[in-house]
Design a protein around this ligand. Sequence first.
Ligand code: AMP
Ligand code: MG
Length: 316
Amino acid sequence: MVNEHKEEQIPVIKTFYSLGTIIRLRLYGGDSKFAIDEAQKRIFEIDDRMSAFKCNSEISKINNNAGGYAQEISEDTLFVIKKAMQYSELSTGAFDPTVRPLVALWGIGTENASIPEEKKIKETLPLVNYRDIIIDEKNHTVKLNHANQSIDLGSIAKGYAADEVADILHRNGVASAIIDLGGNIYALGYKPDGTKWDIGIQDPLGSRESYIGVANVADKSVVTSGNYERYFLSNGKRFHHILDPRNGYPSENGLISATIISDFSIDGDALTTCIYVMGIEKGMKLLESFEGVESILITEDKEVYTSSSIYSKKYC
Ligand code: AMP
Ligand code: MG
């Protein structure tokens, strides 16, 4: 697939804030101008439905009614909740969308981030249990079994949004694009020059701009969960945003970064969080059950484990 036009194609670009992060869309070809507006509208719609911070979102309504009545929700939100629950099962609870009460307690990424009292963590832990999400498929409703339980789709909604944007772009003849939802990347098609995209894998121990390698991909999602994304320091120790639902603390299982390369970004987004919490051995085992999914896992001892044939080290 070689581009026969010598002149460089000018991309249609949009940068905006949604889903709690900076979104960067770069589109080439097809009806890019129309598609980029549609993509933005769709991302806003997903955020409006799934944000735990917007008081009128479907997720907030479920959370506000916890222990009470079932909330009717859209096909969208139902799909993402069901996917999240599948990953909870697959990871035997390492991934849990009912982690929100713990997330709120730690406040990581907010101005109020601090180490909670152990007593508070112990009191909060029983609220975290994905099995308390009750789905009624027929009536399109979701409810949480107990008061004060709450859902957080922060580890999966961006992946879903990336897939939805990719779908819109395909439908509008866009052949080539980078969908970047705060580092959650979907590389659509090939670059306009016909070669694959180079997606940098951030060095978890370096600066934002430093990469430990490059994933060479076309039509793939590349998602990373890392301890450097959102954290605070206390007495020199890092407290990051991926929590272990089994003990209530930021996950410490030897990994500092987990990257998944997959066809669908919803799977990549959920899997990176799963693997991060499960650790290298159990995580690798889980990955064996997925076809066509590649991984790059980095440990705190700076070892890099990769299943990926499309990954190349950039700096040695
Ligand atoms: P990610 O960056 O995709 O790994 O998602 C991390 C976000 O997901 C956090 O900011 C929390 O909102 C939420 N989260 C934290 N720990 C978990 C967990 N064990 N399972 C599911 N979601 C989590
Ligand atoms: Mg995730």
